[in-house]
Design a binder for this molecule. Structure first.
Ligand code: ARG
Length: 471
């Protein structure tokens, strides 16, 4: 061992110096830095409890508290001198604490293992990440809501199979995403509730022989409960899987929105254009304006699904309890959260600046074939069975299509020849605004229904923000 190196925490058992390549391969310190706030908070709570149960004197406790505060400060300022044999954030902090606080520093790890420590730190991080994600979702929902409010009367074709199907409003279409995101809020909230359990006191896997006051530590750290089984507590990463799963599904929702932005901004669709500030150009084709943000978000969805898969694969063959494989949880969880959060943030901005081409949408929706179902339902209201009316209108569509006309061009005489149930008011069906007004029950695209949807989601978004509480 080089003279200036601090001995490893297990130096009593393993006398020989660790190979540098092993040291490098096993280190998790770079990724671990994100855990620092939780690690310090956990150590402060643990030290306070050790003091309360008489394991630490008040003087030792004071030395540990000021040492931990100084370490936190050094790491924040970038003056903390990491050493090659600082395997992870826990050993680095302990090594420095002994330097600063002397033998008292060596007492902090009493009744604690890195196994319960690391998962406590990760749960603290995860709770904060859930809160951040939830608020970022609420921001994107608000951005969509604002755009929906502008476009209650903007008619566009709704699609199935990417073929024009029936008229909807742009507001109704945008609110579909708000609903999807609301379910994401629910999933992240569920995941957060299961993060809210404190493992400390579980030790390596079988607790401790010391009279640790786990409830006091949990209260101090703001955990809702203490874990019920010490083996499960150190082996469990379900909470990380749940967050990654919620992120993966949320990213899939965002990816669908992005696909529509890409599609709608083509010359073929022309439903939306991007301001120059939120588009990119081509290095070779001077005319190009590309929706790269939406494409990258769509692409990064794969990365988040990959993180979820990595976590599941990490766990699938692990015997109980802790195994070093679990160190890999952090890469996957941090990346899933970071990508999802940054995607939510950039899309919140993008949605706010999208320029919807209302006239293009309206003329795409003016295709009277979109009202074929309305005419079929008209006949139903006049006593014709739906299958029969579907056939009558289908034949009319075929006839008009082959003769280059539209349903709106069909005369009353022609309608009445197709079915005596038609009355003169059939000609009034081909007004597109009227078509939306006919769809005004709960959940439908009509203006009153959309106004009710807007009220509903406004309340839900407020509740989300309120429930997230202050930081
Ligand atoms: N760095 C480890 C992790 O991230 C901490 C726990 C190590 N425990 C052990 N017994 N080697 O999971």
């Amino acid at each position: 061992m080089p003279d200036d190196a601090t001995p490893k925490v297990w130096a009593g058992r393993l006398g020989d110096e660790t190979s540098p390549i092993v040291e490098e391969y096993t280190a998790g310190i770079d990724v671990d830095l994100r855990l620092l706030p939780g690690d310090i908070a956990g150590s402060l709570a643990h030290a306070a409890m050790l003091n309360a149960i008489g394991v630490l004197t008040s003087a030792e406790h004071d030395a540990i508290v000021s040492g931990l505060e100084r370490i936190s400060d050094e790491i924040k300022r970038g003056t903390f001198a990491f050493q090659p044999n600082d395997e992870d954030i826990h050993t680095a902090v302990e090594r420095r604490l002994v330097e600063l606080a002397g033998p008292a520093g060596g007492k902090l790890h009493t009744g604690r293992s890195r196994n319960d420590q690391v998962v406590t730190d990760l749960r603290l991080y995860a709770k904060g990440a859930c809160r951040d994600l939830t608020l970022a979702i609420a921001d994107l929902q608000s951005a969509l809501l604002l755009r929906a409010e502008e476009h209650i009367a903007t008619v566009m074709p709704g699609y199935t199979h990417l073929q024009r199907a029936q008229p909807v409003s742009l507001a109704h279409h945008l609110l579909a995403y708000v609903e999807m995101l609301q379910r994401d809020v629910g999933r992240i909230g569920d995941a957060r509730a299961r993060c809210d359990v404190m493992p400390l006191g579980s030790g390596a896997l079988a607790g401790s022989t010391l009279p640790l006051d786990r409830e006091a530590v949990a209260r101090d750290l703001g955990f809702a409960a203490v874990s019920a089984n010490s083996i499960d507590a150190v082996a469990d990463r379900d909470f990380a899987v749940e967050i990654a799963a919620a992120c993966a599904l949320l990213m899939v929702h965002l990816s669908r929105l992005c696909e529509e932005i890409v599609l709608w901004s083509t010359s073929e669709f022309g439903f939306v254009s991007l301001p120059d500030t939120h588009a990119t150009g081509s290095s070779i084709m001077p005319q190009k304006k590309n929706p790269d943000v939406a494409e990258l978000a769509r692409g990064r969805t794969g990365r988040v699904a990959g993180s979820l898969t990595a976590l599941l694969m990490m766990l699938k063959g692990l015997p109980l309890a802790y195994n070093r494989d679990l160190q890999e949880d952090k890469h996957a969880l941090f990346d899933a959260v970071d990508v999802t959060r940054s995607t939510l943030e950039v899309l919140t901005e993008l949605v706010a600046v999208l320029r919807f081409n209302v006239d293009t949408m309206r003329s795409a929706a003016a295709d009277s074939a979109l009202l074929a179902t309305d005419v079929a339902e008209y006949l139903v209201q006049h006593g014709i069975p739906f299958r029969e009316s579907h056939r009558i209108i289908g034949e009319m569509v075929r006839r008009t299509t082959t003769s280059g006309r539209t349903l709106a061009d069909v005369t009353l005489t022609e309608w009445q020849a197709a079915s005596p149930a038609f009355e003169p008011d059939v000609l009034g069906l081909f007004d597109i605004a009227g078509a939306l007004n006919r769809r005004d029950r709960p959940g439908e695209p009509g203006p009153s229904s959309v106004a009710a949807q807007l009220d509903r989601v406004r309340t839900l978004i407020d509740e989300t923000r309120r429930a997230a509480g202050p930081e």
